[in-house]
Design a protein around this ligand. Structure first.
Ligand SMILES: Cc1cc2nc3c(=O)[nH]c(=O)nc-3n(C[C@H](O)[C@H](O)[C@H](O)COP(=O)(O)OP(=O)(O)OC[C@H]3O[C@@H](n4cnc5c(N)ncnc54)[C@H](O)[C@@H]3O)c2cc1C
Length: 394
């Protein structure tokens, strides 16, 4: 088998790249380890930056997003039992959209298959070969048969636990493990607020989010190695009520739980994001703690860069756009890594911290919610930075 671009992984990064390449007349084949149902029902991110929404529209998958996505013009920071709104639209002219990652994935799979795309699920034993030649190959097993795919480029969009990153020699890794985890629930309850609520409380962080007008997504900071068995539903609700409470009587609506799980919080950045004809995208190269809602948005930004660089290669034989892919991608990745770290430390209680750190975090929250300059900084990072190559903050 031969294609122009072999893509490993059918997460948001791999699927979107394949779709953007198709729109530019470039062929690709996607190899995915899991089955379609699993990939389409994996509950993960849900906040789409302004530019992510535009990119998905440009990719031809904006219809359901536009009709079902919830457009938010701001968010709320809550501490000391008081609510403070950050108005994204007024501060930056941009908004965010709440639309589940699994819905983005469903839309992209449907679009690829409708266009006759070659998308293979339940592919195992993926191995990459000859990456430093101009004829890289991928070998794999599919439906009990061994297969081999020759391509011009291989894209490692196989997430944090994939095989691609290990093929980059001399990889440098920057890492930060946070001393707590998030317990996430999906509940069949209408959201108790129109917008997301990020709350700092002496017991720890809480986030009120949503996926639709009838489904709420909420998170609680829990100890690092917490066992989910320690959190029966009644304890989760009780803690959410406590951490989200305000003096003006905020009421939290409860409902049956549809999903519940614990995720450790970690930052990870690997560089370079390429070796020979292998290019990494999304979680395969970097992950951030979800407090800044950046993980999926970064994956999409990587893929935008890659689709332009590959289009430059195929239309004008340009190699320069591919050569500086890592530098351009990492500029955004490090900004998002800092923003995610900043949001995380400001909003969580660190078990190793003292009363001094608690006062610093509260002083920072007070500053962010009362200074227009600081609110604008949060808003511009949260709604997403520009995509232009070589963008600056001015
Ligand atoms: C529990 C959880 C909650 C999250 N919550 C948020 C959030 O609230 N906000 C946010 O912005 N981000 C969140 N994230 C991060 C976000 O979901 C990721 O950043 C996003 O999925 C990255 O997309 P991707 O395509 O790079 O990787 P993935 O979505 O991980 O896709 C990689 C794909 O590659 C496949 N694969 C792996 N290995 C192989 C192999 N050897 N061969 C073939 N295929 C392979 C995998 O099955 C997967 O389908 C969360 C992540 C997790 C795990």
């Amino acid at each position: 088998m031969r294609t122009q671009v072999a893509v490993i992984g059918a997460g948001p990064a791999g699927l979107l790249l394949s779709q953007l390449l198709h729109l530019q007349g470039i062929d690709s084949v996607i190899l995915e380890r899991r089955d379609r149902d699993y990939v389409e029902h994996r509950v993960r991110a849900g906040v789409l930056e302004h530019g992510t929404v535009e990119t998905l529209r440009e990719a031809g998958v904006g219809n359901r997003l536009d009709s079902e996505g919830l457009r938010h013009e701001g968010t709320e920071l809550r501490f000391a039992r008081a609510a403070h709104r950050i108005d994204f639209a007024e501060l930056t002219g941009r908004t965010i959209t709440v639309y589940g990652q699994q819905e983005v994935v469903k839309d992209l799979i449907a679009a690829r298959l409708d266009a006759g795309g070659d998308l293979r699920f339940e592919v195992t034993a993926v191995a990459l070969h000859d990456l430093d030649t101009d004829r890289p190959r991928v070998t794999f097993d599919h439906q009990g048969e061994p297969g081999a795919l020759e391509a011009d480029f291989v894209i490692g969009a196989d997430g944090f636990h994939g095989v691609s990153r290990r093929q980059v020699p001399g990889l440098r890794v920057y890492e930060r493990a946070y001393p707590f985890s998030w317990l996430g629930i999906l509940s069949e309850a209408p959201p108790s607020s129109q917008e997301l609520i990020y709350a700092r409380h002496a017991n720890g962080f809480a986030l009120h989010s949503m996926r639709s007008p009838t489904v709420t997504r909420m998170y609680l900071q829990v100890p690092l190695s917490e066992d989910i068995a320690a959190w029966p539903d009644e304890r989760i609700w009780s803690e959410l009520h406590t951490r989200l409470a305000t003096d003006d009587g905020f009421a939290l609506t409860e409902g049956p739980l549809l999903d519940k799980g614990i995720t450790p919080m970690r930052s990870f950045v690997a560089t370079p994001m390429q070796h020979g004809r292998l290019l990494l995208a999304g979680d395969a190269a970097h992950i951030v703690p979800p407090t800044g809602a950046k993980g999926m948005n970064l994956a999409i930004a990587d893929v935008r860069l890659l689709s332009h660089a590959l289009a430059g290669y195929y239309t004008e034989r340009r190699e320069d756009l591919l050569a500086d892919y890592t530098d351009f991608a990492l500029k955004r990745v490090w900004r998002a890594t800092h923003f995610s770290w900043w949001m995380t430390t400001m909003l969580h209680t660190d078990p190793h911290d003292d009363a001094f750190s608690e006062q610093l975090a509260l002083a920072q929250l007070d500053y962010v919610t009362t200074s227009r300059a600081m609110s604008t900084s949060l808003a511009e990072n949260y709604t997403g930075l520009p995509y232009e190559r070589g963008w600056s903050y001015r």
